[in-house]
Design a protein around this ligand. Structure first.
Ligand code: 5GP
Ligand code: MG
Length: 182
């Protein structure tokens, strides 16, 4: 059952994007990726950015119909409800990416600072190409020029939780996306 509002730590959140809408968006992305990757000579590799993208990756990969590899990497830069702007290092990427097709899986793209760092770190490993795939996107917050290949849902400039996204580690397990109200 969906609760209309939830309290996490000191803050109140309300339902913003319903589970069914997120599910449909994830399935839609998977169908587009399936179509685009039909003729790949070698199995593409999905790179899931932890922690936030774990649920998106699990949901998406159930709909992927070609042979693929999955690798989990981590890079944390975020505390509380505002981007700290600080970026730490990338860990867990222990896979040879040279010549591969890489599909980067993100939970949400906000300013794009994290994305830009990720893409340049991955590009340094000489993949054949990098596709960017995100469950949520805040177009009004985005400050970069990197084109996004697969966007699930574009949202307003709100702080959201659920579907892997947290507020100080809580809220990741919600099926719906909630936005901060106060
Ligand atoms: P960016 O570098 O694009 O500003 O921020 C990207 C990262 O910040 C995301 O991967 C996510 O971890 C975090 N982030 C950005 N917006 C939100 C949000 O609305 N809610 C939560 N929980 N995290 C966010
Ligand atoms: Mg993230």
């Amino acid at each position: 059952m969906t609760k209309q509002t939830v309290k996490l730590h000191d803050l109140l959140f309300e339902v913003y994007v319903a589970q069914s809408e997120v599910d449909a968006a994830v399935k839609n992305i998977a169908e587009r990726i399936n179509a685009d990757m039909r003729n790949e000579p070698a199995p593409p590799v999905f790179l899931c950015v932890l922690n936030g993208a774990f649920m998106f990756a699990a949901d998406l990969l159930k709909h992927i119909e070609f042979d693929c590899e999955v690798c989990f990497l981590k890079l944390s830069s975020y505390e509380g409800t505002a981007s700290s702007g600080k970026i730490r290092e990338l860990v867990g990427l222990n896979l040879e990416l040279e010549g591969r097709t890489v599909i980067l899986l993100e939970d949400i793209i906000d300013s794009g600072v994290t994305l830009e760092y990720l893409v340049s770190s991955i590009a340094a490993r000489n993949p054949e190409r990098i596709k960017i795939c995100t469950m949520l996107f805040k177009p009004d917050a985005y400050t970069k020029n990197l084109p996004l290949d697969y966007v699930g849902i574009s949202i307003e400039n709100e702080f959201v939780v659920g579907r892997g996204l947290d507020y100080n580690q809580l809220g990741r397990n919600y099926k719906d996306i909630y936005k901060l109200i106060r």
